[in-house]
Ligand binder design. Sequence first.
Ligand code: GSH
Length: 287
Amino acid sequence: MTDDTYEPPKVWKWNPDNQQAFANINRPTAGAQQEKELPVGKHPLQLYSLATPNGVKVTIMLEELLAKGHDGAEYDAWLVNIGDGSQFGSGFVAANPNSKIPVLVDRSGDSPVRVFESGAILLHLAEKFGEFIPDGDARTECLSWLFWQMGAAPLLGGGFGHFYAYAPIKIEYAIDRYTMEVKRQLDLLDKNLAERQYICGDSYTIADMAIWPWYGAVVRNLAYEAAEFLEAETYTNLIRWIDEVGERAPVKRGQMVNRPFGDKSMQLLERHDASDFELRTQDILDP
Ligand SMILES: N[C@@H](CCC(=O)N[C@@H](CS)C(=O)NCC(=O)O)C(=O)O
């Protein structure tokens, strides 16, 4: 397979035998592939997720809300293993027809409300609890950065991350194209944070929670092993903010939830109670 000899056919056909990264779960169609209901716990909020950057955004928000004393933000976090195709179960698809984590089912009202797309979940929770979203013009600025992140991250992850780290061949054209864009994004964040403490201004908001898991992971070399390639250490304002946000206790807890990889003491596969962080990490359950 070389990119300079490939001639696209008139009509593309799916090859289910394709062995490339994520080929076992990718399909050209949407919808449920098997019958499987979602579990439901005791709390008002039910989260079905995995500790990828998109998943972590939401667990950080929930832990931040709980730290502020909002008992209504108590949640059950169920682990969804996207590697085995759990996102294509009928219950999951009913909650998120797009078959991607994270998805939240808010059961605090008369009937359950599904919320999919991490940005929509952050906004739903911010509005529900009146937290981490400012008023007036600052709200507009906050939403601008939130929507920026939702549009920018696929270029970082699906574009740069895929072609730099996962693609079976290194395609210079693709890596160049996405590296250019990712460095532009890093420079944008760095310049913004040269003037502000947080992404939207003086206060910590859902825009910080959306942006931090992605750009924090790349800059701290926790995603794609590309920090040196991207000269991440040169974005000093960004690093100052990454370190500051990373020091928050709810941010530390949020990263542990639905995490089946890495250091066992940081893996809380499911979260059903605040005490789980002390009592149910994998170093204790599976030493
Ligand atoms: N725009 C979505 C993206 C969610 C997303 O891409 N989730 C990935 C994990 S980070 C996923 O569930 N992938 C499974 C799949 O593609 O089948 C969001 O922000 O919620």
